[in-house]
Design a protein around this ligand. Structure first.
Ligand code: JD8
Length: 400
């Protein structure tokens, strides 16, 4: 992966020479190049800022040095390629583990670090329209920094550690537990008693079932205490949850299901020239007709429709499609839960294979399907713009 960073403070990025990231760079897994924005300012004082039109406090970064810097960055990667441009800003989309994963899948990411009050708005338009870059304004969190540098350091670290080979396999498996929406359990190491404080007995018991149960309890308790915002959603995961109601879709569900289907599509990252998916041409009447020919499940939390999935039996296959989750609730195991419930709609006999149909751009769904034991089906999909993944009915992974 290639990373370029444009900044007026290249020294800010010296930590990227250290530790795992430094090693990854030495190993050729990652290339990081910083570019001093002032190199592209040609007056005597190498000025990169000026007063804001319309007045107001502070200074604004000038467009010309930015345009030249971005032009220079474009000459640094493989010919014909273009970087995804990430611009940190307090008004951006919140950075998340899901975004780190998306960026880690890019061959080339460029970061533009603003300072002062920010960058002349026309630079964003120029990068999109004239340079053809995909531009994302991303915020590290809801607090105010002085510039984009610290945010870029954090993002580069979060992304780089996901690159194959940067962290050993065992560790990356541990990470998956961290991605299930609960906080981590507490850790202890030797000595067994320190400063009069012992280690919980269960951890010394050798009883691995009891240890796993205790750790799960700790994770729930900790999440409830520190991040209750996460707990409401992650509780959705348990089938014993009283909050989550999964039922067969009825005509009364149609308007909400229609809206959710579209909302889910819109947030999926689509390359600009790609054709619209069939779901966008679909009408409420089409959706109504599908209720008669398929089994559609809808998931509701406190009355709100938050997810859906469609199944139909075709020969010895159960075809599972249209697995969607409300954008604000994604990444919390709800889709996996819906997938399991969809599998359970299969008749007791006659179905030997689950076939999951996923939009080619639905990388998240493909990822969770793999975790649920699905593998890509060789050959052409029945529906263009989709990929099919299959799993034999027996021999799937144990339920968590
Ligand atoms: C980029 C300039 C400072 C922003 C006036 C002083 C990210 N989570 C985050 N908080 N703040 C930033 C951030 C702040 C930045 C710049 C990122 C460029 N500033 C300005 C506008 C209001 N202050 C950030 N990512």
């Amino acid at each position: 992966m290639r990373v370029d960073v444009v900044t007026i403070f290249p020294e800010y990025f010296s930590p990227l020479d250290l530790s795992l990231i430094g090693k990854a760079r030495e190993d050729g897994l990652l290339t990081v190049e910083t570019h001093d924005l002032r190199t592209f300012a040609h007056d005597r004082h190498r000025t990169v800022d000026d007063t804001p039109y319309g007045g107001g406090a502070g200074m604004v970064m000038k467009a010309e040095p930015w345009a030249e810097a971005l032009g220079h960055v474009l000459t640094r990667g493989e010919p014909g390629r273009r970087p995804h441009l990430v611009v940190p800003g307090p008004g951006g989309t919140r950075f998340s583990q899901a975004m780190a994963r998306e960026l880690a899948a890019q061959p080339w990411v460029a970061f533009a670090c603003g300072r002062y009050e920010g960058i002349d708005e026309r630079v964003y338009d120029y990068a999109k329209d004239d340079l053809g870059l995909e531009v994302s304004v991303v915020s590290l969190g809801d607090y105010v920094l002085n510039g984009g540098e610290v945010a870029v350091l954090a993002m580069v670290e979060a992304v780089a550690r996901l690159l194959p080979g940067v962290i050993g396999n065992a560790e990356s498996l541990v990470e998956e537990s961290h991605e299930d929406g609960l906080l981590e359990y507490p850790l202890y190491t030797k000595p067994r008693v320190w400063q009069g404080r012992g280690v919980p007995d269960v951890l010394l018991s050798g009883n691995h079932t009891a240890i796993a149960a205790w750790r799960h309890e700790q994770r729930l308790a900790r999440t409830a205490a520190r991040r209750p915002d996460l707990l409401h959603a992650s509780q959705l995961v348990g089938s014993e949850s009283t909050d989550l109601d999964i039922s067969l879709a009825a005509p009364a569900d149609l308007p909400e299901l229609f809206t959710l289907t579209r909302a889910t599509w819109v947030i999926e990252t689509a390359p600009p020239e790609s054709p619209d998916p069939p779901t966008l041409a679909e009408t409420v009447d089409d959706l109504r007709a599908s209720l008669r020919t398929t089994r559609t499940l809808v998931a509701r939390v406190a009355g709100r429709l938050v997810g859906s999935v469609r199944t139909e039996v075709e020969g010895s296959d159960l075809r599972i499609s249209r697995l969607i989750v409300a954008p604000d609730l994604q990444g919390r195991g709800l889709a996996t839960h819906l997938l399991r419930r969809a599998e359970e709609t299969a008749p007791v006999e006659g179905v030997g294979t689950f076939v999951l149909v996923v939009g080619t751009r639905s990388e998240e769904t493909t990822r969770l399907a793999r975790k649920a034991g699905y593998r890509p089906t060789p050959g052409h999909p029945a529906v263009p713009g989709t990929v099919e993944l299959t799993r034999r009915r027996t021999g799937g992974p144990a339920r968590a």
